[in-house]
Ligand binder design. Structure first.
Ligand code: CUA
Length: 333
């Protein structure tokens, strides 16, 4: 029953959600589709069991109810044991479990198989409280909270945690996979169509667990190559006063924790999200739309927006400094 109820709750949750890209019922790749067919099978079996039990229950309650004129202390005929029934209620559940087990095991092994080497895109995922780092070892790119992928190719995600246990889930594409400290967990996903697919951390990991969002952005092959190239664009040296100030204040306040490639900084901070090509990100810290107003709000109140995250608020900076930092970050493309 517990599994049945959580299955129904899941469906209610997915269908009630306006954004279709976060629904397990709207799969956008082979892994998501296989998982959906398992969800349908198990929900079907559980619904069948619930119906049979409910119908039997109602039948007994109505059939054997107390009737007018009946004596209250009348003891009904006592029976004990019924071989046919006992065999029936042992064999039927076993059969149901076998029907559930065969495709579940087959799918599990099928999805764990290594995809075709040449076609695979490898991404190293590191989970932090409360954000995600994505490294492409073969492309020499690092990004955060948004992982770009080409459509139609398997993406092999090798996942580690920097601190506690997190879990990686993109409902439209597949998951969930726990991400554990001290070991590497693996998940293969694939998107068949371009789009933005919302991802969530699904293991309670601290105060901002519910805000540990990320996005999988799937592009057609050409567009993906363009994105890869854009991550390597050198950042032009600012020529305006605000620009040079921005570069300086970012250097003094941000670069200790964040890295920006090709922008002339000698230090590459590694404790916070990599900010290369920051203006291309759709969101800030996985929770705010990426625009000037939100970036300023974030810098001044990181803890109010994402409680417990490791970035302190920069409310000691002057408005001019915040302006310059914001403008500098938003021209990184
Ligand atoms: Cu990370 Cu929940």
């Amino acid at each position: 029953y517990r599994r049945g109820l959580s299955g129904l709750a899941l469906i209610a949750l997915s269908t009630g959600c306006a954004n279709q890209s976060i629904s397990v019922l709207d799969p956008a790749g082979p892994v998501g589709r296989e998982q959906l067919s398992l969800i349908k099978l198990s929900t079907g079996i559980m619904t069948f069991v619930v119906l049979v039990v409910a119908i039997l229950y109602l039948y007994v309650v109505i059939r054997y109810r107390e009737r007018p004129g009946q004596e209250n202390d009348q003891i009904p005929e006592q029976v004990e044991g019924n071989k046919k029934l006992e065999v029936l209620w042992t064999v039927v559940p076993i059969l149901l479990l076998v029907i559930l087990a065969i495709p579940t095991i087959a799918t599990t092994f099928h999805q764990a198989k290594k995809p075709e080497e040449a076609n695979t895109v490898r991404v190293h995922v590191t989970a932090y409280q409360y954000w995600w780092a994505f490294d492409y070892p073969e492309l020499d790119i690092t990004t955060a909270n948004e992982v770009h992928i080409p459509v139609g190719r398997p993406i092999e995600l090798m996942m580690k945690s920097h601190d506690v246990i997190h879990a990686f889930w993109v409902p439209s594409l597949g998951g969930k996979q726990d991400v554990n400290p001290g070991r590497t967990d693996r998940l293969v996903l694939q998107a068949d169509k371009p789009g933005i697919f919302e991802g969530k951390c699904t293991e309670l990991c601290g105060a901002s667990h519910a805000l540990m969002n990320f996005r999988v952005i799937a592009h057609p092959a050409k567009e993906f190559d363009q994105w890869v190239a854009s991550q390597k664009n050198p950042v032009s040296t600012p020529t305006t006063k605000t620009g040079t100030d921005g570069q300086k204040w970012v250097g003094q306040n941000c670069i200790g924790c964040h890295a920006i490639e090709n922008a002339g900084y000698r230090i590459k901070g590694k404790t916070g999200p990599n900010l290369t090509a920051f203006s291309k990100r759709t969101r800030i810290a996985g929770v705010l739309d990426n625009n000037e107003q939100n970036l300023k709000a974030w810098l001044k109140d990181t803890q109010g927006i994402k409680p417990g995250n490791r970035m302190p608020a920069f409310d000691h900076l002057t408005n001019e400094q915040i302006d310059a930092i914001t403008q500098y970050l938003l021209q990184l493309k």
